[in-house]
Design a protein around this ligand. Structure first.
Ligand SMILES: Nc1ncnc2c1ncn2[C@@H]1O[C@H](COP(=O)(O)OP(=O)(O)OP(=O)(O)O)[C@@H](O)[C@H]1O
Length: 364
């Protein structure tokens, strides 16, 4: 079993009379893993996060971090010992990017030159060009500001990182990049990360475990993301994870069971010379067998753009998407070098899904 880093024991927060913001929360957060708090607006995610570093004090119950009760540590010391990233990057506008990143180490007494050197290294860690260090926050894009926010939170090398909707103010493409960067960073850093979002897709992409909060600040389900998609604990969780959950769950199923078959291929030169005389879809490939697109039956020399590709080891979701997005109806599998390994239809992917299901249920 994973080692616990943060423990909530019967924690309740009541701001004023009436409904609690967080209601009797008991949960254990694994060390070195990403735990995501997800749920609709107002269900107590941020309040729960902020109680970890005492930005908010519980009305009752206890929270321990690394075995130590948080109330036994002065709030300012505790806050400095954890990285904190929020939605608006929270950077100080009149300080350079480097000085922003160096803030906590400086407060902890690290000499200026050393703190700046570390800040410079961190720019690289979060994927920013070192020249950006001299700029002011307003001279950066939203995505770059969030990266600086992450660098600043990492500056003192804290074991715990608290992240409150850090990527929700950027556009979907940048958001996707930031999520992938965080996962890459986490592979090296293995921090204990608590991440708040209201987006179930973000939660399932990032979380080793996902805590779904319900209205009234109650924990509705706490489990691995694939379990939440496969077996929501109640109607509230089922409706929160949404109608596509069956499809999204395919994102956790390996495509090992898939057998691809040979595609009929044609090179651009052959196509130019003879057109598509075969009367069926042909995959247009270069001399190294890399896919270039499709040639439709009776469509002359034109090449139609292909759909998404999938590789060995990808999930069933990617395999199915490859088939569904392909103009020919054949999803293209490529090897590690990007060469065509074969094709598969959506019907064949569905047959694998169905047979996996029957095996799981012990029918076969
Ligand atoms: N400082 C405060 N004073 C009074 N009530 C508060 C305060 N902060 C939060 N609340 C209330 O506590 C409840 C939980 O708020 P919280 O911000 O933790 O929810 P959340 O799930 O993070 O929501 P969101 O996704 O909208 O940020 C809400 O009803 C909110 O109005």
């Amino acid at each position: 079993m994973a080692e616990a880093m943060i423990e909530f024991q019967s924690v309740t927060k009541q701001y004023q009379s009436g409904q609690a913001a967080v209601d009797d929360l008991t949960m254990s957060i694994d060390k070195g893993a990403i735990t995501v708090f997800v749920g609709p607006s107002g269900c107590g995610k941020t309040t729960s996060l902020r109680m970890i570093n005492r930005m908010v004090e519980p009305t009752s119950g206890t929270i321990t971090v690394g075995g130590q009760e948080v109330t036994s540590v002065p709030a300012a010391t505790l806050r400095r010992s954890m990285g904190y990233v929020m939605q608006s990057s929270g950077l100080m506008p009149h300080r350079s990017v480097l000085d922003n990143i160096a803030t906590v180490p400086r407060l902890n007494g690290v000499p200026k030159a050393e703190a700046r050197k570390r800040a410079q290294e961190l720019l690289d860690v979060v994927g920013l060009a070192s020249a950006l260090g001299k700029r002011y926050p307003s001279q950066l894009s939203g995505g770059q500001q969030q990266r600086v926010g992450v660098a600043r939170a990492l500056a003192a090398d804290p074991p715990v990182l608290l992240m409150d909707e850090p990527f929700s103010a950027v556009d979907p493409v940048v958001r996707d990049e930031l999520q992938q960067e965080l996962l890459r960073l986490q592979r090296d850093l293995a921090k204990t990360i608590v991440f708040v979002t209201h987006d179930i897709d973000e939660a399932t992409v990032l979380g080793d475990k996902v805590a779904v909060f319900g209205l009234g600040g109650k924990l509705a389900q706490y489990a691995a993301p694939e379990e939440i998609l496969r077996a929501p604990a109640n109607d509230f969780v089922a409706s929160f994870v949404g109608r596509d959950r069956g499809f999204r769950h395919l994102g956790f199923s390996p495509s090992d069971g898939i057998t691809v078959h040979r595609a009929r291929t044609i090179t651009p030169a052959e196509l130019e010379h003879d057109g598509n005389a075969a009367g069926e879809w042909q995959l247009v490939v270069d001399d190294d067998l890399r896919p270039l697109g499709w040639s439709g039956p009776g469509k002359g020399p034109a090449t139609v753009p292909g759909g998404s590709l999938f590789r060995k080891g990808d999930t069933l979701r990617r395999a199915l998407d490859a088939a569904l997005s392909s103009p020919s109806g054949f999803g293209v599998a490529v090897d590690a070098d990007g060469r065509v390994a074969g094709v598969i239809t959506a019907g064949e992917v569905l047959a694998v899904i169905e047979s996996d299901r029957r095996v799981r249920q012990g029918v076969l």
